[in-house]
Design a protein around this ligand. Structure first.
Ligand SMILES: Nc1ncnc2c1ncn2[C@@H]1O[C@H](COP(=O)(O)OS(=O)(=O)O)[C@@H](OP(=O)(O)O)[C@H]1O
Ligand SMILES: Nc1ncnc2c1ncn2[C@@H]1O[C@H](COP(=O)(O)OP(=O)(O)O)[C@@H](O)[C@H]1O
Length: 281
């Protein structure tokens, strides 16, 4: 028997991840005053979620809609429609985010390293991961080149494909409590911002390797700039494809007097930022 759909009221005290799907029939007026404020904000901001709760007044609580919480209270499962999936439910985990923060002594986040090919993203990602490891912190690197051998092997370098899957994966890692280090050209501001806004506030640290094109091209460790200049690779970032530099990111690694700080010095700068801002405890 299908649950009878009614607007959800005040029975859920955990937020659900629901920012990106259109609300069917608009935001219920009575959602405004409920304790489910995170979701209410998200609903207002964009659009999301068909919310159902089985009517207890109708007698039967409904087969899948009420579950006891650990505290003995009941809360209702939320049915959501996200993308093409229907009849899916959000399950809360009692060993939640705060517990993971305490266990790991770190706040899960995404360190998003962006810059031209050859700017030193992969090198910094490894140096940073090593530095964090030395200090007893758990991190994981998502590297553009590596991901294109596996998870993202079906993606091209067209604008819609660049950086696509990474956002959701990075978000999952950060939610799991890891320091997720991404090393991606990610040339478009809107793609980087899309990940920033997908994450909880202050969980996204954008690091821009501001290395001039001539320097990257001079390094050309894979010979790709040469191929691009010879017209043998089309749409190469910096040559015949754009790179939109960040305008307001957390950390810019600058190029001073013709010198680039070493990978270790750069990693230390990122760790310093993370310590100062409470990511590492
Ligand atoms: N057309 C074109 N433009 C830019 N880069 C290219 C291209 N074709 C292949 N490569 C190689 O792919 C690596 C970049 O992959 P990313 O996933 O980081 O790129 S993106 O974020 O989707 O723009 C990049 O690796 P890095 O040099 O480590 O940046 C290149 O080796
Ligand atoms: N801070 C640095 N100073 C000098 N050379 C660097 C620095 N970081 C990386 N490199 C060199 O630049 C080249 C490109 O580095 P890489 O990490 O592969 O860049 P990306 O991942 O951005 O393509 C490599 O040869 C690497 O040794």
């Amino acid at each position: 028997m299908e649950a009878q759909a009614q607007p959800l009221l005040c029975t859920v005290d955990r937020t659900v991840h629901c920012r990106h799907v259109p609300v069917t029939g608009g935001v219920p007026a009575d959602l405004a005053g409920c304790r489910w404020r995170g979701a209410a904000c998200a609903l207002k901001r964009s659009a999301c979620l068909k919310v159902y709760a089985t009517s207890s007044a109708s007698g039967s609580p409904g087969p899948e809609t009420e579950k006891p919480t650990l505290a003995g209270n009941t809360h209702k499962l939320l049915e959501s429609t996200d993308g093409k999936s229907t009849n899916i439910f959000w399950h809360n985990n009692p060993a939640g985010k705060n517990e993971r923060v305490k266990l790991l002594n770190q706040k899960g986040c995404v360190v998003w390293i962006t810059g031209l090919s050859g700017s030193g993203k992969s090198t910094l990602a490894c140096a940073l991961s090593q530095e964090l490891h030395n200090r007893g912190h758990l991190s994981y690197i998502l590297d553009g080149d590596n991901l294109r051998h596996g998870l993202n092997r079906d993606l091209s370098f067209k604008p819609d494909d660049r950086a696509e899957n990474i956002r959701q994966v990075a978000k999952l890692f950060a939610d799991a409590g890891l320091i997720c280090i991404t090393s991606l050209i990610s040339p478009y501001r809107r793609d980087r911002d899309a990940c920033r806004y997908l994450l909880p506030r202050s969980s996204f640290i954008e690091v821009f390797l501001n290395v001039p094109l001539e320097v990257c091209e001079g390094r050309d460790p894979k010979g790709l700039y040469k191929l691009a200049r010879d017209g043998k690779i089309k749409g190469f970032t910096g040559i015949d494809d754009p790179y939109e530099a960040p305008t307001n990111c957390e950390i810019v690694i600058g190029w001073h007097d013709g010198m680039c700080p070493s990978p270790k010095a750069t990693a230390d700068e990122v760790v310093f930022y993370m310590t100062k801002n409470g990511y590492l405890t």
